[in-house]
Structures are given as C-alpha cells and as structure tokens.
Design a protein around this ligand. Structure first.
Ligand code: FAD
Length: 393
C-alpha cells in the first residue's frame, strides 16, 4: 500500500483533512490537477479570505438534511479555526455580521494549511491528472498522471462546479456516481440575478447604485446591501437570496427596510410639499433610483397632493417590489454549488460513504452549502477535521 490516505483536491477541505490525518500518524498524499494549492482560498473575500463566521451554526446552511452538518460543526467550530489562525500569528478582524477576515492576505491561510500539512508529513502532488479510480480488495487504486497509486482510504475533496475557469470540475460528483451514491441536483448558489427585456433596461439605467434592502426569495429574506448592475441585481443580500430562489419565481425587494418612509414622507409633505415626487424620494434614495421609483410607483402630482393613504400605498410598494429574474449568472460567477453528494449516503460523524467503506466526501462536493459570510469555509474546515480524524484511526 503506497499511502494510508489519498485525498483528491488540495482546496480548503482537502488540505485541512490532510493536516489532521497526517498529524495523527497517517501517511497522506493530496493530489490536485491545479498548479497551486488553495486557489479559491487565494481569491476569496476579495483576497483577504473571509475564513469563518463567529456565529456559524447549522441554521446558516442549506441541505436536504439540515441536521447533517451539526455533528462536524459542533466538533470543530469557528473558534477552533481562529485558534489555529492565532497559533500561526495571522492577524484578523471582524468586518461585519461576525465575518472574520485576514488583515493581510488570504495567502496567509494557504501558507498556514501547507505548514500544518508539512507538520503531519502529508505529501502534495500538484498538476496531477486523475484518469481512473478503482476499488481494490483492501482499498483503492488511483491512476494519476499515468501512475497507479494505492491507498487504504480515499477522500474526495474536489469542491463544486463554481468558477470553472479556476479549475472547478464536476469530478467529485462523477466519483460518487461511479460508486452508485445519490446526488442532490446541483445548481449555482450565491450568484447574481440576470434579467431580460424592459425591466433589464430599467435596471441598467441605475447600474452601480447600491442601498440597504431586504431581498426575499423562496420565503427567506436577507437584510444587506443590494446592488443594481448592467445584467440585473447583485450585492450580498441578492447573493444570499439566490440560494433560496426557484427558477421563474419572483423575488421581493424591500428598499431601506430600516427607514420609516411613511412617517418621513409625511413630515416632508408638511415642511416642503411643493416638491415633485422624484425630489421627495431623492431625500432617501440615490437620485437615479429615486427617479425610477417615482416613475414606476408614485402617483401623479407633487408631494403635497398625496394623501396619507397614497403615501402608505407608495411606501408599501417600495417595501415589496416584486421582480422576476430570468436566471442567474450561473457557475461562471457563483461562489458555491448547491446540492451535491446526498448526505443520506454519508456518516455525519466521519463523512464516510455508508455503502463504500473507506470512501469519504468532504467540503463543497457534499450537499451542504453555507450562506455568504465565511460559512462555506467553516464547513470545509469542519468536515475536513471530522474526516481527517476518522481516516487516521
Ligand atoms: P475547493 O476549495 O474548491 O477545492 C477543490 C480542489 O479540488 C481544487 O484545488 C481543485 O483544483 C481540485 N480539483 C477539482 N477537480 C479536480 C480534478 N478533476 N482532479 C484533481 N483535482 C481537482 N467561502 C467562504 O467561506 N468565505 C469566502 O470569503 C469565500 N469567498 C469566495 C470567493 C469566490 C470568488 C468563490 C468562487 C468562492 C468563495 N467561497 C468563500 C466559497 C469557498 O471558496 C468554497 O466553499 C470552498 O473553497 C470549498 O472548499 P473545498 O475544499 O470543498 O473545494
């Protein structure tokens, strides 16, 4: 047997599992077709890596089985990762909503994981094209760059399909299918919405405008920034909601949800009722957006012409602006892939496939997807640790 454990994928989950298994005495090899380890970590969080979220809990994840992630997350939480970050002297800060970022660079996290792997004696083989995986009597045979490698345990940490330009593939799902494991259909998550036709033209006219909003899709709403773009809608609130969106369904935009607009407009009417509705709205909204909102929703006349009821109706419309995306930008720009290896097929304690002893799936390839804000890395770390401990036993 060449190795105790071969891990396919030197991303967040694979590197963590390799470090943990290696430090517990397992002979580990990590293979990846990319030129460098942790490419997604490098570009994450605008180059500063939002490496976890202080408040990460099972409620921040989407999965057909919302209970599956509980075990791993409870055994390796955000503060366990912070302890590792601190041990490596990496400076960090909370940006907002519990999101922890490196002060310096995401590369610090990659260097930390590589050092942890080295400490455990884990080997790393980059630019490795895997052409074949076979089950052997006492383990697995992996053919990488034409060379057959044997291992007792095989860990699939190939990530999802998002950003194919960076080497993302559906290889992990193919391996699952090869071993007859069920897959929850995959789709792009944490992704901007696209629009068509007249609505797109309107949105284009306000491209670049951003404001606080609550964006609701599939009954779940997120209060964060909303950004109008040349293709449609983006910004954190939109990315979050996109994971809950079902094709062809409308989404609801509640603009400035924390501002008491009816009271503000009524007070303004008292003070300077002679102004037009665009001007009135531009007290609260960026000018171009105010013009569009006035055209779309405001009744005729100046502010002074509006009854209390008319103001209430107008603001109700601004609190529930229903728009129907034509689609999303897809895997090209998506931060994550929803769906993946069906969690019913895996042990939540070890990530091992129930029907294929010795085969493990961790990270994004599994049907566990986090919200925006450090949750996806937290799942990668937690599932990596759970698996790393199990394969070293
Ligand atoms: P990955 O990190 O994607 O690693 C998979 C590895 O498998 C890669 O190295 C890949 O090269 C390798 N691989 C794939 N196919 C093959 C194959 N056929 N053969 C060999 N190797 C293969 N999450 C956060 O929590 N915080 C953030 O700030 C954040 N920012 C992000 C920014 C962007 C632009 C993107 C795209 C994602 C971001 N994410 C963020 C999500 C996060 O990067 C992923 O959820 C996380 O990297 C998943 O870890 P993983 O180890 O499962 O997969």
């Amino acid at each position: 047997m060449d190795y105790d454990v071969i891990i396919i994928g030197a991303g967040a989950a694979g590197m963590m599992a390799a470090a943990v298994a290696g430090q517990r005495g397992a002979r580990v090899l990590v293979v990846d077709h990319a030129k460098a380890a942790g490419d997604k970590i490098r570009i994450s969080g605008g180059g500063r890596c939002n490496f976890t979220n202080m408040y990460a809990g099972p409620e921040n994840f989407l999965s057909q089985n919302p209970h599956f992630c509980k075990s791993a997350l409870s055994r390796f939480g955000p503060w366990d990762f912070v302890e590792m970050v601190d041990r490596h002297g990496i400076q960090w800060h909370e940006k907002t909503l519990g999101q922890l970022f490196c002060d310096n660079s995401a590369k610090d996290i990659i260097a930390m994981l590589l050092t942890e792997m080295e400490t455990g004696g884990a080997e790393l083989s980059l630019k490795s094209e895997i052409s074949r995986i076979e089950k052997a009597r006492d383990g697995f045979r992996v053919t990488a760059n034409g060379r057959v490698l044997t291992c007792a345990k095989l860990v699939v940490a190939c990530g999802g399909k998002s950003i194919p330009k960076m080497g993302a593939t559906g290889f992990g799902y193919e391996i699952a299918q090869q071993f007859d494991l069920r897959i929850v259909p995959t789709r792009a998550g944490l992704v901007p919405f696209t629009f068509q036709g007249a609505l797109l033209e309107k949105l284009k006219s306000i491209a670049g405008v951003a404001l606080p909003a609550r964006v609701t899709a599939g009954g779940t709403g997120f209060d964060e920034a909303l950004l109008f773009t040349h293709r449609g809608l983006s910004g954190p609130a939109v990315l979050q909601a996109s994971s809950y969106w079902e094709e062809a369904a409308p989404i609801s935009l509640s603009l400035l949800p924390d501002t008491d607009l009816p009271a503000a407009l009524k007070a303004q009417r008292q003070a300077k009722g002679g102004i037009g509705m665009t001007r009135a709205l531009s007290e609260y909204f960026p000018k171009r957006l105010a013009a569009l909102l006035a055209e779309e929703f405001a009744p005729d006349g100046n502010l002074a012409d509006q009854s209390d009821q008319a103001i209430d109706e107008l603001t109700a419309k601004l609190r529930n602006w229903k728009v129907t995306p034509s689609g999303t930008e897809g895997y090209r720009t998506a931060e994550v892939t929803l769906g993946g290896v069906n969690t019913d097929e895996l042990s939540s304690k070890t990530m091992e496939a129930k029907s294929v002893p010795g085969l493990y799936f961790i990270g994004e390839v599994v049907d566990v997807t986090g919200w925006l804000g450090g949750f996806n890395f937290q799942w990668a770390w937690a599932s990596g640790v759970a698996c790393g401990q199990a394969v070293a036993q």
